[in-house]
Design a protein around this ligand. Structure first.
Ligand code: HEC
Length: 161
């Protein structure tokens, strides 16, 4: 292929890609915003201290509850699909709004897993804390949350040793 032909091919590709981007703007995933009562919320089955709840809400609820506070760029596709994917996957693993639906053993397991993920620095997801600086917990806050998670897990289903 000579240079001219390559240019034509690249131009066509760019036009198609651009049109594709325009078209997908019309498709948006349903928002994860449930305003109804949540009888199975973790606060209904556990006594969550305000500090702990506040920290969980700031750092985890966007992907692990039935209510996401969406950023402005959620209006742009394919970003919205990408964010929705995280929310759906996160909720699939742990959903604090549906926590009461888990069996006690499962609740304890999830709480321990949450503490473990925080300890390892795997949660919240890296890209999330780049953007949401307020989701970064200092060591003292982290300890408060992890101690509560582990203590609550032991209360619900004591570890067999
Ligand atoms: C930006 C979205 C997002 C945020 C914020 C977030 N998570 Fe997650 N979480 C996910 C996704 C996606 C998965 C599933 C994929 C994975 O494990 O990476 C997940 C998985 C998990 C799991 C299951 C891990 C496993 O291997 O079974 C736990 C536990 C968890 N998150 C706890 C937390 C806690 C605790 C916080 C807050 C400190 C938090 N997450 C914040 C998106 C998020």
């Amino acid at each position: 292929m000579d240079k001219k032909k390559i240019k034509v091919v690249i131009n066509r590709f760019l036009i198609v890609a651009f049109l594709g981007l325009v078209v997908i703007q019309a498709f948006h995933p349903a928002k994860n915003n449930d305003t109804s009562e949540t009888p199975n919320d973790i606060t209904k089955v556990c006594q969550v201290p305000d500090t702990v709840l506040g920290l969980l809400k700031t750092a985890c609820y966007d992907c692990h509850s039935n209510n996401t506070a969406y950023p402005w760029y959620n209006r742009i596709q394919p970003v919205a699909w990408w964010l929705d994917d995280h929310v759906q996957e996160g909720k699939h693993h742990v959903n604090f709004s549906e926590f009461g639906k888990y069996t006690p053993e499962r609740q304890a397991k999830k709480l321990r897993k949450c503490a473990h993920e925080m300890e390892e620095g795997d949660m919240p997801l890296n890209f999330y804390v780049w953007i949401h600086k307020n989701a970064i917990m200092n060591d003292a806050d982290k300890k408060i949350v992890m101690d509560w998670l582990n203590g609550q897990a032991d209360k619900i289903s004591p570890k067999k040793s």
